[in-house]
Design a protein around this ligand. Structure first.
Ligand code: BG6
Length: 528
């Protein structure tokens, strides 16, 4: 007989974790020096990011930004540029005249020519004078938003001018380096060694802006913040993993000149795609510190098997777009783009099939693909699971003597990095009715439906560099391992005859040969 006592389940003890900060502490007062002040990246990303951080009170009250460029410009002139850039690229946070005045007062402009005899000595004078006048403590971040051949000379000039010191910890000095970090394995190593003579490793922040994307960070959160997903990420259950980063953009603005020397393998795959791959396949890190996360990613990158010369032929497909139609608009081919050589053999598309030689992943095909001027803009990771070992629900349909067996749909977990950011899990469930038929259904998590604002990647990364948090910046050994993986591909391409380009039309899904990589049990590329 019931006595009326309610029996409550005993709460499951939860392992206490280090408490996380509820609110990000703002950086200490700082001086930010931006090299490449009049460039595209500064206007599109850095200035809007600074404004977003300032408006949302992530910055301290005291800070100064000195923009360095070769063009002649006054402080006032540069402040107009700042306002224009922010209005063009951050129009979601309108400001009053008062707010503009107070934001723009933080900015000044300094004209300097790195190649000149003065180097950065006049900049040093300017920085020190400004810091004295505004009582800034001398904490400095130098942001190198310049062409890669300026990285090494700028760092040497900073050292020469006494603006950075390897052996001084406080006030601190950090250097943020944009990509591409090196042109190949040898040049990346050389750059690293050179930089090390002037800076300690903890002073160097190498940007990969994909790591600043909210949905990329969510890969870690979903995998290691739940116990239901992590056990699925292994060879026993996963059939294959596909990563697609497809862009509809071509060579906008002045990009062609840089891109024609880089190509899709260096510009996207060596960095962004391999970082995505590392995050989706890595073991759980010991802690969430920068060092432990890098160690976990490095293990993946070191076990990624580089293709041999003969395998490059079979497992790597490159392409270049010809004229075509994107969103109903006719667009020109790559070779007709500004800054591009008319007989360029630079690839604007690359797809490859790889494997990780680790206990967790051996034998699981990894398909990576990226390209410009493709049919749709999408960055997606798809993990397809194996079918159950016993096909209990297999259906057979016959027409006369001809019978077709259908084995059912495999479950998939899809991370949509952009656009339409979210995660969906599709799996089989019973189709309502009298038959025991299965149909694919889907759990879908979508940030937009939640009405949540996603911070801009550059905002997050800039704030982290200012706060001295390197968690979302790839370490030099990660980049070296990534270069090692792509090195045989670059070598095989350089040694072979020039490719027959163009081989795909703008607005398509790339060269038809790329389909072959995903054929057979992989069932073709999923993101279309
Ligand atoms: C950059 C590449 O790193 O990433 C560009 O140099 C590319 O070629 C861009 O267009 C893509 O970034 P996102 O954030 O638009 O996906």
């Amino acid at each position: 007989m019931s006595t009326g006592t309610i029996i409550r389940p005993t709460p499951v003890p939860v392992t206490p974790a280090e408490p996380t900060l509820r609110r990000v502490a703002p950086p200490e007062p700082f001086t930010l020096v931006i090299f490449g002040a009049t460039g595209d990246l500064t206007a599109r990303k850095l200035l809007p990011a600074l404004y977003g951080l300032w408006r949302r009170q992530f910055l301290p009250e005291d800070f100064a930004v000195i923009a360095v460029g070769r063009r002649e410009k006054t402080d006032e002139g540069f402040r107009v540029d700042v306002r224009n850039a922010v209005s063009a690229f951050r129009d979601d946070l309108p400001a009053t005249a008062e707010a503009w005045k107070s934001f723009l007062a933080h900015f000044s402009y300094h004209e300097a020519d790195l190649a000149g005899t003065d180097g950065l000595r006049s900049l040093a004078g300017r920085v020190q004078a400004l810091e004295r006048a505004t009582r800034l403590p001398g904490n400095r971040v130098f942001y190198l938003a310049v062409a890669p051949h300026f990285f090494a000379p700028t760092i040497a000039a900073l050292d020469e001018a006494g603006l950075v010191r390897r052996n001084v910890e406080r006030p601190w000095a950090r250097v943020v380096i944009e990509k591409p970090f090196g042109h190949d394995l040898a040049s990346a190593r050389e750059l690293d060694r050179y930089i090390e003579t002037f800076l300690r490793p903890d002073q160097v922040y190498r940007i990969d802006h994909y790591l600043g994307k909210e949905t990329v960070q969510n890969l870690l959160a979903v995998r290691f913040g739940n116990s239901v997903f992590e056990p699925l990420f292994r060879r026993e259950l996963v059939e294959f993993i596909q990563i697609t980063v497809s862009e509809t953009a071509g060579m906008e603005g002045r990009r062609g000149a840089y891109y024609d020397r880089a190509g899709a393998l260096r510009d996207m795959l060596q960095n962004h795609l391999l970082q995505l791959l590392a995050l989706v396949t890595m073991d759980p890190p010991a802690t969430l510190t920068a060092g432990d996360i890098s160690d976990a990613k490095l293990k993946v990158l070191r076990t990624l098997v580089p293709p041999t010369g003969a395998e490059v032929e079979r497992q790597v497909v490159r392409g270049q777009y010809g004229p075509g139609v994107i969103d109903g608009r006719a667009v020109r081919g790559y070779r007709e783009e500004e800054g591009v050589s008319p007989n360029s053999s630079t690839e604007t598309f690359v797809a490859l099939r790889a494997e990780i030689a680790s206990w967790r992943w051996a034998g699981v095909p990894l398909l990576l693909r990226t390209g410009k001027r493709l049919a749709r803009r999408a960055t997606e990771i798809e993990v397809q699971f194996k079918l159950p070992p016993l096909q209990l629900f297999q259906t057979v349909e016959c027409e006369g003597d001809l019978c077709i067996e259908s084995p059912g749909q495999p479950a998939t977990l899809q991370f949509r990095i952009q656009p339409n950011e979210g995660i969906s899990l599709s799996f089989s469930a019973k189709r309502p009715g009298m038959l025991m038929d299965l149909e694919p259904v889907c759990f879908d998590f979508n940030y937009q439906r939640l009405g949540r604002e996603l911070p801009e990647a550059y905002e997050r990364l800039l704030l982290d560099a200012l706060r001295g948090d390197a968690t979302l910046f790839p370490r030099s050994d990660e980049l070296e391992a990534s270069w090692k993986f792509v090195a045989p591909i670059l070598e095989a391409w350089a040694a072979g005859p020039p490719p027959k380009f163009p081989n795909y039309a703008a607005g398509s899904w790339g060269p038809p040969e790329a389909q072959r990589l995903a054929e057979g049990r992989l069932g073709g590329w999923k993101c279309r």
